[in-house]
Design a binder for this molecule. Structure first.
Ligand code: ADP
Ligand code: ASP
Ligand code: MG
Length: 388
């Protein structure tokens, strides 16, 4: 019998009424005669509140302990969903990451799944059970709990789909699929029917939260088509697969969760800086070596660690840290299209030059990095000129 993997994110399982909607989606598919494996995230903003609680106790909590704490969010969701399905008359079993055989490397908070032993899941499926797996977590070689990075439940789902050779992998969230930009940031986004793995990977890497970047990498590697759908409607959703369409702008991402750190070069060498950040288990997503300073770009979720390093005076000497925005325009072949380039320049022509840090033109994406956080109007204008 075919296996399908379904993943429901935090908003979809936020309360008991939403859990009932989720249970209905699951049982409808189960009743059609398919084996169903479900991956769930922590309820609502539970992971955020667990992180806050840890930092209320310590400015520098140990990564291993943070993972033990964060993994509890998903454990609550799996048990509640399983209790609900049992109450509706269905056989269901909840499994934590380690019970589901998900083995990762040793990197706490950003672990990579190395292999999955599917025996337990297959045994449970063969007993006719719906299997509910905790997303975002696994176990390492020291039998310690690890987590996969924020948004990592998507990756759990696709990795399970690959390991189980599932027929389909549906990722349910609070939006009806992948749009031409974040529906929460602009007024007229259009839903895409299809987007290629590479385009989606660019979108995720640039900060579109709708799919975790490693979930797209795994899907591409094992050629698993993903269907991104909404828990709250029956819309067909967006298919993420290996089909590349003609050259056009697919989607725009505005990422406001970035911090740029400026470090003057006096008394600081690249190697000294690198080893300092390495020791504190924090690495920039970009490093720029300019004439007078080093610039390091971090995700804002790294702010507590940066604050700690600054407070402890591990990095000193006129450090400047500021929040910034970056708008990325994604689409196959767009970097070689002059009409698109001209439209981008036209859209940003009335912005003060001093606000723009740099513009990069890469394979499949064009990025405008600002020196500060900018309003969504800029995104709206670019979207209007490039997509309509
Ligand atoms: P979940 O909690 O279900 O994992 P996420 O919050 O991680 O859901 O992802 C869904 C969110 O992604 C949406 O609410 C939307 O604000 C955001 N998003 C960003 N870019 C896009 C996009 N291009 N298309 C759709 N959603 C997007
Ligand atoms: N609960 C985790 C987070 O909030 C994982 C996920 O939602 O995918 O990041
Ligand atoms: Mg998510």
């Amino acid at each position: 019998m075919d296996i399908i993997v379904l993943k429901f994110g935090g908003t979809s399982v936020a309360d008991n009424d939403k859990l009932k909607l989720v249970a209905k989606k699951i049982t409808t598919l189960y009743d059609q005669g398919t084996n169903v494996v479900v991956v769930v995230s922590a309820q609502g903003k539970k992971t955020d509140s667990l992180i806050t609680e840890a930092y209320e106790i310590s400015q520098n909590p140990i990564s291993r302990e943070l993972d033990v704490l964060l993994s509890t969010g998903e454990q609550v969701s799996i048990s509640k969903l399983s209790i609900l399905l049992n109450d509706c008359g269905y056989k269901a079993v909840s499994l934590t990451g380690w019970q589901a055989g998900i083995y990762t490397n040793n990197v706490n908070q950003n672990a990579i799944i190395e292999h999955i032993n599917t025996k337990r899941i297959k045994d449970e499926l063969s007993k006719g059970k719906i299997v509910i797996v905790a997303g975002f977590q696994g176990i390492n070689e020291n039998v310690d709990i690890t987590t996969l990075g924020r948004g990592g439940s998507d990756t759990t789902a696709v990795a399970l789909a690959a390991a189980l050779e599932a027929k389909d992998c549906y990722i349910y969230s609070d939006v009806e699929g992948i749009f031409t930009s974040d529906p929460r940031k602009i007024s007229n986004p259009k839903k895409l029917k299809n987007i290629s793995y590479d385009e989606m990977l660019n979108l995720s890497n640039e900060g579109a939260k709708v799919l975790h970047n490693r979930c797209v990498e795994v899907a591409k590697k094992y050629d698993i088509p993903i269907l991104a759908k909404s828990t709250f409607s029956d819309d067909a959703g967006t298919s993420i697969n290996n089909k590349i369409e003609s050259q056009k702008v697919k989607s725009l991402v505005k990422n406001d969760e970035l911090v740029l750190m400026h470090i003057p070069k006096q008394n600081m060498s690249f190697l000294k800086l690198y080893s300092l950040f390495e020791k504190n288990k924090i690495m920039p997503i970009e490093f720029i070596d300019s004439v007078e300073e080093f610039q390091m770009l971090f995700k804002s979720c790294d702010c507590p660690k940066l604050d700690y390093m600054i407070k402890q005076q591990l990095i000193k000497d006129n450090i400047k840290v500021n929040k910034i925005s970056r708008v990325s325009i994604i689409g196959y072949g767009i970097a070689n299209d002059n009409i698109i380039l001209n439209k981008i320049i036209d859209s940003i022509s009335n912005i003060d030059d001093n606000k723009i840090q740099k513009i990069d033109i890469n394979d499949g994406k064009i990025r405008i990095t600002f020196k500060e956080v900018v309003s969504n109007e800029i995104l709206e204008q670019l979207h209007l000129n490039l997509i309509g």
